[in-house]
Design a protein around this ligand. Sequence first.
Ligand code: PLP
Length: 409
Amino acid sequence: MSDEFDELNPAPRLLMGPGPINADPRVLRAMSAQLLGQFDPQFRDYMKQVSELYRGVFQTKNRWTLLIDGTARSAIEAALTSLIEEGDRVLVPVFGRFGHLKVEIARRCGADVIPVEVEWGTVFSDEFLEKNIKKHRPKIVAVSHGDTSTTMAQPLQALGKLCRAHDALLYVDATATLGGMDLPTDAWQLDVVSAGLQKCLGGPSGSAPITLNERAEKLISNRKHTEAGLRTPDTIEGEGPIIRSNYFDLAMIMDYWSDKALNHHTEATTMLYAARECARILLKEGLDHAFARHATASKALTEGLKAMGLKLFGDQKHKMANVTGVHIPQGVDGDKVRRALLKDFNIEIGTSFGPLHGRVWRIGTMGYNARADAVLNTLGALDAVLSQENHRIPRGAAVDAALAVYRQG
Ligand SMILES: Cc1ncc(COP(=O)(O)O)c(C=O)c1O
């Protein structure tokens, strides 16, 4: 049987889609470290370090800054299932696929969900959000920061304050932007923020950092119901309704991450090593430097695409700094181009979902791949493949334009 399959040997792809991207080799090395038991004092120290490191990444003082074991949506589910009680009103501003995901998760939690939508490729004004918060009086507002499906980033500077003024809790899905775009949790008064490793943090998917403040903690702790097998005579139970998921019960997960170290799941040790290394690398680089690196890679890519004669997708004032949408030119088969990039150049770029499918490619420049060589190689390869497809472009102009951005820097 073992002879039937070759040794695992993935092709050396350059992953320039909307995520996952190539993991930083240092993260992969951290992941090859030997396992520790989850109650080993050394491992508990690593957990504390992870909390401390992610306080830096999220720009927060929140005590409860930890990891959910699972892909980015596991932290979305943990946040929403732990916050939402049956019948709670939840306002979800939808500006792409991942807004719809939050609508769907909130509905599964039994919420009275009010989705508000804008056209894909645009974002909401503060006035529109304020009007809807006043009109619907939600208990929770759940919004994406960057939605990779449309490549747009929702401005969030004013929303936290607005939510507080109207007594709503704000949850932000920063899966696609954490580490690549500024998102100061405390300064912007964001109550709960979560992410994944596989975008700007430069790791594999499978661990989801989350931070929550005291407003969220109060609500969640009031719903704490400890598993029967772990309860002791001095266990204090919350008065609120039980959280409907065991795996995503943030009250129990907080107990597990606290000094009580109350058993919950078996820690995904290797993913914790990965998450720790992602944050360590990012903070060593410096957040401001990382944000600038992403902005420069995005500028180089977009200047290159424009020089090639391609049209960018969406409202460029609100484009994410780490993913770019570009219209597939008329007469060009988008999937054929993607196949050629993969086969001849080992480069992956993204297709699109829903209304944008077949109309827009998405190119990521994030995390470990927000680098000049990755941008230049992608543009050079696209230049060659489009020419092979008989799409007339000024050959070489894209790489020159991107190089000019880097030379200015
Ligand atoms: C904004 C946003 N939220 C959630 C997700 C889902 O993440 P995952 O696939 O890691 O569960 C993604 C993935 O692209 C995303 O971009």
